[in-house]
Ligand binder design. Sequence first.
Ligand code: ARG
Length: 600
Amino acid sequence: MTDLKSELGEAVAAAFAAEGVDAALARVTPSDRPDLADFQSNGALAAAKALKANPRELAGKVAERLAADPRLSSVEVAGPGFINFKVSDATLAKRAQAVAADATLAGASAVAESRKVIIDYAGPNVAKPMHVGHLRSSIIGESLKRLFRLRGDTVWGDAHFGDWGFQMGLLIVAVGDEGKADGFLVEGEGPFPAESPVSLDDLERLYPAAASTAKEDPAYRDRARKATAELQGGRPGYRALWKHFVAVSRSALEREFGALDVTFDLWNGESDADPRMVGMIADLTAKGLLVEDDGAQVVHVARPGETRKKKLADGSVIEAPSPPPLLVVSSEGSAMYGTTDLATIVDRRETLDPDLMLYVVDERQAEHFEQVYRAAYLAGYAKPGELEHLGFGTMNGTDGKPFKTRAGGVLKLHDLITQATDKARDRLHEANLGADVDPAEFEAIAHKVAIAALKFADLSNSRTTSYIFDLDRFMSFEGKTGPYLLYQVVRIRSLLRRGAEQGATPGPIAVVEPAERDLVLTLDAFDQAISDAYDKRMPHLIAEHAYRLAQAFSKFYAACPVLVAPDEATRGSRLALSKAALDQLVLALGVLGIATPERM
Ligand code: ARG
């Protein structure tokens, strides 16, 4: 860490140590009373208890040792033994200068040791439209990818494309029944048609219909099961047909993700793990982990004593293992969702050998990942701590249930973006923004405002909580919203442009006014926000910081004239502060996956 809080923390720890106190007790935090102090330490209270000393006296001694520190302008003991610190103007100016000069991290710091990290997010499926769960995963995963990369890790974002399993069999049957698959149904090696027999519309129409027919019609279901087994078994015509499904879906999905500014380094499908399956099953068997259970093959993952009550069909209640065993091969002989995930871990181990794999998937899949991870640890495919499920809450409608469209269907990402962009256009018109740009630029601005609104609304909530979808609120130019932050960015850019037109350039930073102090202390807090967000995998801490920074800038701008500053040195300093605030804000928003326009 390079921030003032850590720098001060070291000095305070040394002063406590000199008084015979364990330095670990000497924590420094931002002040609870910013009107009185910049930072504080409550260490004397805990330490005095341990030493059976008087806390106020101990605080006094520590304060005396720090009084001569040139970085501090005041050190005071308050209340029962708090120590309050004010940092000198010169120290703040120096820190602001360092933040301003830091083009890559804007004052944040990199990790001490770079790791190889795979982030598994979005997880879209062939033919199934994406729903709000995929949206949250995409937004949060994209942000974590950028955050880990910013701090110096080597990161692969993997879409983990759902291109295998029963839904593929359903599609083969449905496309065949429409007479579209004739060229692919012949036995043998082909050749098969090179053109896709289906469009995206076909897939999106056929899949839901097939899924609901299968629910009611066992014969249909059996045909789909058989087709799935034959596809997975390698029947050439089915493979050829399936490749078309995958390609058509993928290019549509990439377009949708592109509109959301979400990109992947890997588009590995569940199918890519398939070639690992046979070897993995043999390995699990050899290790004695794979056992027969009612015709299926499972891995027991609960430790002795880990049980929960389970009601059986006959109404009796038993103590069943918890988590339940991981189903690896079903009684019908097919590989399951968990098998694919386990084989994917084997695949990643053998190809990229990552230090960490993060899975950004709906909290409702928590048990699935617990089962998979435990099996992976038992089999030695990963070490404990290398696999992390980052669950998240749902985006709900006003009824408190996962968001549905007015027609009651799942919300398609594409429609959501269109809806948000329409609203962004209206809002821009209402606020009389974008009036003097050409139509193409106006469209680009509206798109950025829409994406900022959606992403910021999502990322300003803690990952684990659910939130209510309210496009009107997300799209407001006031309050804690994406559009508000974009507006602040644009305001600073315009200020700097006007400055440049007048020949005014950023100069050395001096910190004088309270609003300047506050702005610099906020810039300083970025380092902590970034490292906390990284450690906890919680992008909302960055969203929080971005909002606080925008507010600190607003107050500064209201209190401290920039272009009409009293003298040239002050003007140069304030321009430099404005530029530093802009750079950090743009960087923070960039980590959230939010792009900013030059003007509005
Ligand atoms: N495709 C899955 C779904 O739609 C999500 C995949 C999540 N990632 C994983 N490795 N299982 O629910």
